[in-house]
Design a protein around this ligand. Structure first.
Ligand SMILES: NC(=O)C1=CN([C@@H]2O[C@H](COP(=O)(O)OP(=O)(O)OC[C@H]3O[C@@H](n4cnc5c(N)ncnc54)[C@H](O)[C@@H]3O)[C@@H](O)[C@H]2O)C=CC1
Ligand SMILES: O=C(CO)COP(=O)(O)O
Length: 336
């Protein structure tokens, strides 16, 4: 891994994942400025030396400096890691453009697509930040567990292999393993699509279906994720790796997942807004379901499970109706 021993890293986004990654970077010996667009949140981080809202119970070390100023966050920075929700990615990338010198690499750990345009986030980054090294961090990684120092493995994908190695080198250490990949498209599609499929398994479990149903949804969900990912140019092995199968299984099976909890709530008859408020954090799959639906329609890809999640979230179809629609599909060969 070709990362410097001590880098100055701007982490853009102080939610649970931005905070957990910032802690990991500091543990690796780097200096971190953690930026939030909310000055009140920064004031709370400075006062409490803990992110009580998004990652309670972990003290912020002295090497982590909260800031509400992008200029401060990026002054003298050697690296920049964006960890905002996907709906904010475009705005934040636009803000960063004014601060980043030519050739300065940008990595992000956001999972989702650009709502509205349905673009992958590297396409948004290229549009707004121009030609420069870009990387995405993804994989099965609940912020809580990373914050608690539990063993975790992620993948860092970049078109330029040395940049993937550089970003992985910054993150890798202790109980956190960072693998590298050159398949940005595959990794990005996995991170986006699995959130929608986690809502589906949450709905199924919430309706009282069993382990058979959950395994069927994960496996057939993976099949449709692969269809979409390959149509966009992702590589088959990526879908079986950490960002694909790994994160899909994690998010579909553990109640730490906000997306899975959204599915459980919808099955219990709660509204999206009520569930969102109760969860109190980003639930990426809600907007991503719309974007995946748009992408699948444009490309003519059959994604029946994601389609039903989209209909439940955005077209008033009930979880019971969505289940029935899936069960009534014509039987067909498993592989074709
Ligand atoms: N929490 C987790 O376990 C993991 C999260 N991720 C991904 O990381 C991304 C961020 O998620 P979390 O940190 O979990 O979210 P969170 O719900 O914990 O925090 C969201 C953060 O985004 C900020 N934010 C909201 N709107 C913004 C805007 N317009 N401009 C700038 N900042 C804005 C909020 O102030 C808050 O700090 C998501 O794409 C998520 O899928 C990826 C892996 C693990
Ligand atoms: O991406 C995640 C873990 O890898 C977090 O999933 P949720 O956003 O569903 O909580």
């Amino acid at each position: 891994m070709n990362a410097p021993a001590s880098a100055r890293i701007a982490v853009i986004g102080a939610g649970s994942w931005g905070t957990a990654l910032a802690l990991q970077l500091v543990a690796n010996g780097h200096q971190v400025r953690l930026w939030s667009h909310e000055p009140e949140q920064i004031a709370a981080l400075e006062r409490d030396r803990e992110n009580r809202q998004f990652l309670p119970g972990v003290a912020l070390p002295t090497g982590l400096i909260p800031t509400a100023s992008l200029t401060d966050a990026l002054a003298d920075a050697s690296d920049c890691l964006v960890v905002v929700p996907s709906h904010a990615f475009r705005t934040v990338a636009g803000q960063l453009a004014a601060h980043l010198p030519t050739g300065f690499g940008v990595a992000w750990a956001t999972k989702g697509l650009d709502p509205g345009s349905n673009l992958l986030l590297h396409q948004v980054a290229q549009e707004l930040l121009g030609e420069r090294p870009l990387a995405v961090v993804s994989g099965p990684s609940f912020a809580r567990e990373v914050g608690d120092g539990l063993p975790t493995a992620v993948t860092v994908a970049a078109e330029r292999e040395p940049f993937a190695q550089h970003v992985a080198g910054l993150l890798h250490g202790g109980r956190f393993r960072a693998y590298t990949s050159s398949d940005m498209v595959g990794v990005e599609i996995c991170g986006a699509a699995k959130n929608v499929l986690a809502i589906a398994t949450g709905i199924a479990d919430g309706l009282g279906f069993g382990a058979n149903t959950r395994a069927a949804l994960i496996t057939r969900g993976l099949a449709e994720l692969i269809r979409l990912g390959q149509a966009l140019g992702g590589r088959p092995e990526t879908f079986m790796g950490l960002a694909g199968m790994g994160d899909l299984v994690l998010t579909c099976t553990d109640d730490q997942s906000r997306n899975r909890r959204m599915g459980l709530a919808l099955a219990a008859g709660e509204s999206i807004e009520a569930a969102r408020t109760r969860i109190g954090q980003e639930v990426e799959g809600v907007l991503t379901a719309k974007a995946i639906h748009g992408l699948a329609q444009r490309l003519g890809i059959d994604m029946p499970i994601s389609e039903q999640v989209y209909l439940v979230l955005h077209a008033g179809v009930s979880p019971a109706q969505a289940t029935q629609a899936l069960l009534e599909r014509e039987p067909k060969p498993e592989f074709h």
